[in-house]
Write a protein that binds this ligand. Structure first.
Ligand SMILES: Nc1ncnc2c1ncn2[C@@H]1O[C@H](COP(=O)(O)OP(=O)(O)OP(=O)(O)O)[C@@H](O)[C@H]1O
Length: 237
């Protein structure tokens, strides 16, 4: 699913967060949206989702502007950074509820097994550990088949085994030609997963390109150092 973003602006009060983001996202690739805390990564993602309304600029998905047309949203699977689950319902009830709402086939059984969630199905969400809540969040995101997958800090709280499963899931989706956007502060994860780095700085895309290009541009020996050094090299968007 191709996304075109043109001259996107967004401010909250006096805080001008996005100052003219131009971006094309093509299908079959994994993009990592990086940038310092508060640089606008979540704001950009939420603009694509229609959860934040931009002040200026345009977003088109499959060549259609998303303004006033919310139907495109059923083609997106979104993993929020902080899942606000209703505390008093059980894991099983939540999964059923979401399956009913989406009314499309789901791979919930395999995912529940994969992430070892069977023992938690009858527990209330408020009683789960942070990592277990994140596993539920992941099941809810990946159980439907959508061409665009947006993951905001997907690794938060996961143990090593769950992290491996998550990486396998993401690669399997990519192999099916899906478009995947990820934000993460875990550079090793980004390095393993991303085809393309999008680095947001001061409201604009400051760098767009492969990890190899980033290493070349910054003349650093590894990815983590390259990201840390990115702001001292000139813009390459
Ligand atoms: N609904 C809102 N109302 C007011 N300010 C907001 C709102 N949402 C975001 N902001 C502000 O916009 C800026 C960018 O926030 P955003 O969450 O997009 O950053 P981020 O790059 O995702 O940060 P992080 O790496 O910390 O997750 C921050 O200064 C934040 O306080």
């Amino acid at each position: 699913m191709t996304i075109h973003i043109e001259n996107l602006h967004k401010k909250f009060g006096k805080n001008q967060v996005l100052k003219g983001v131009d971006l094309t996202i093509t299908e079959g690739h994994i993009y990592a949206i990086l940038g310092p805390n508060g640089s606008g990564k979540t704001t950009l993602i939420k603009s694509i989702l229609g959860m934040v309304i931009p002040d200026k600029g345009q977003i088109s998905i499959l060549d259609r502007p998303i303004k006033k047309d919310w139907k495109y949203r059923k083609h997106i699977n979104y993993l929020p950074q902080i899942a606000n689950f209703p505390p008093n319902i059980k894991v099983r009830e939540l999964i059923h509820m979401i399956t009913d709402l989406r009314n499309s086939p789901s791979a919930k059984k395999e995912l529940i097994e994969r992430f070892g969630l069977e023992p938690f199905l009858n527990k209330k969400l408020s009683t789960l550990s942070g990592g277990t809540k994140q596993k539920v969040n992941i099941v809810l995101t990946f159980m439907f088949n959508s061409p665009l997958i947006i993951l905001d800090e997907p690794t938060t709280g996961l143990d090593p085994r769950a992290l491996i499963y998550l990486k396998e899931l993401i690669q399997a989706e990519k192999a099916q030609g899906k478009t995947i956007l990820i934000t993460s502060h875990i550079m090793q994860f980004v390095q393993e997963m991303a085809d393309e780095i999008l680095y947001l700085l001061e409201g604009e895309i400051y760098f767009k390109g492969s990890i190899a290009k980033l290493l070349e541009d910054t003349q650093q020996k590894n990815f983590e150092h390259a990201i840390a050094a990115i702001t001292t090299t000139k813009s390459h968007a």
